[in-house]
Design a protein around this ligand. Structure first.
Ligand code: PLP
Length: 396
């Protein structure tokens, strides 16, 4: 089958929920992927911030292979060793006392929303709990997380939406304070908005959120599904602000491609999740946990965070150099290796042209080129990407 025939074949069997690029990827190694025709691409999207250690990282592959030969799955009505292993790694290296495992970012956020509501049920009897989230946010595609998502375009046609959410401006503490009522139980926020266009808030924003939550006895839920697990140059994005949240959600990079989601919380909050309140058949599955253990160990011990910080600075410098040359670039922003380049037109043309020249990236929020490459990329990889972008922008 030719590639165009394969694409038609694929589309005849798989639901059309994506505007897919016409690229059929068959292999990956490090920061590179190959299509079925043998063409090589520099992958600066990494499965959208998923393959942070690079494709098929040997340590992760080895861990999954060994676990696959030993025990793939058991019910959570039994104990399993890898689940304790990943929980301990996450707890020992964070604010949290306990972890709950699931399979995706949306599920981790569902768990966080349920936990916050249950906490209110136990501690604020009679409250009809409401969670404040941010305009332009993204929290997932299940009915509840799409409702938590402060973007109408993801909600249209799926009404009736579950109640219990209201939205305020991101990076605007006054707007948040004005929206708090007797019913408010929690604030849920991304430390950097990802899908909303790589929006980095003011440096005091998380501290301000913490103070407001403390003053009003609200839980602070951080959605670190995209920014967590090393992406900003620290294991968790909240670390750089010096605050401690009550709940953090993770997914994406946690399995480096194996589906793993997690919700972390303090004992005070986690204690309301008693037997029967929440569950997941696959959550904490030994195979997924084996992947997660290898990921966290590698991020903590292999110099990944330092590389992310250093190459992130270099990449942003080079992008600013491009901005001086191409007036289409309006702003370069981000932290670590989560970088957004806002341009003055729709970015999809640039994404397609870059792909044809061997560089993968995507658009967030329409006119923001998003770069979330593996955290192990080198300055040489950045130089290659910059050269392609330079050529593509020169053609615009
Ligand atoms: N939260 C954030 C911040 C995300 O960026 C995403 C996905 O892009 C999600 C939640 C949903 O994660 P998943 O697609 O794994 O359900």
């Amino acid at each position: 089958m030719q590639t165009n025939e394969f694409i038609a074949h694929f589309d005849s069997y798989v639901m059309g929920t994506y505007n897919r690029l016409p690229l059929v990827l068959v292999r990956g190694e490090g920061a590179r992927v190959w299509d079925r025709d043998g063409n090589e691409y520099l992958d600066f999207l990494a499965g959208i911030a998923v393959c942070s250690l690079g494709h098929c990282h040997p340590r992760v592959v080895d861990s999954i292979q060994k676990q696959a030969e030993r025990l793939n799955h058991v019910s959570n009505i039994f104990y399993n060793e890898p689940q304790a292993g990943l929980a301990q790694l996450l707890v020992d290296n964070s604010f949290a006392d306990k972890a709950f495992f699931c399979n995706s970012g949306a599920e981790a956020n569902e768990a966080a929303i349920k936990l916050a509501r249950r906490y209110a049920y136990e501690n604020k009897p009679g409250q009809s709990p409401e969670i404040i989230t941010m305009k332009n946010s993204f929290h997932g595609r299940t009915l509840t997380t799409v409702t938590a998502t402060g973007q109408e375009k993801f909600q249209v046609g799926f009404e009736p939406l579950p109640p219990g959410f209201c939205y305020v401006q991101y990076d605007d503490l006054a707007d948040l304070e004005g929206a708090i009522t007797e019913q408010t139980c929690a604030v849920m926020v991304e430390p950097i908005q990802g899908e909303g266009g790589v929006r980095v808030p003011d440096s005091g924003y998380l501290q301000g959120l913490r103070t407001i939550c403390d003053d009003h006895d609200l839980l602070l839920i951080l959605d670190e599904v995209q920014v967590g697990v090393g992406r900003t140059g620290s294991l968790f994005a909240y670390e750089e602000s010096g605050i401690t949240p009550d709940i953090v959600t993770l997914a994406k990079a946690l399995g480096n491609g194996f589906p793993v989601g997690a919700m972390l919380a303090t004992d005070r909050v986690a204690s309301v999740f008693v037997p029967g309140t929440h569950a997941s058949t696959f959550g904490g599955n030994p195979l997924a946990m084996a992947a997660g253990i290898a990921v966290i160990k590698s991020i903590l011990n292999d110099g990944v965070l330092e590389n992310c910080r250093n190459v992130g600075i270099y990449f942003r410098e080079q992008l600013c150099g491009l901005a001086a040359k191409h007036s289409i670039i309006e702003e370069v922003r981000g932290k670590g290796l989560m970088i957004g380049v806002e341009i003055s037109s729709d970015g999809n043309g640039i994404v397609k042209s870059a792909m044809k020249k061997g560089l993968l990236l995507n658009c967030a929020g329409g006119n923001v080129l998003r770069f979330v490459p593996p955290l192990i990329i080198t300055e040489k990889d950045v130089d290659e990407a910059i050269q392609i972008l330079d050529e593509v922008m020169g053609d615009v």
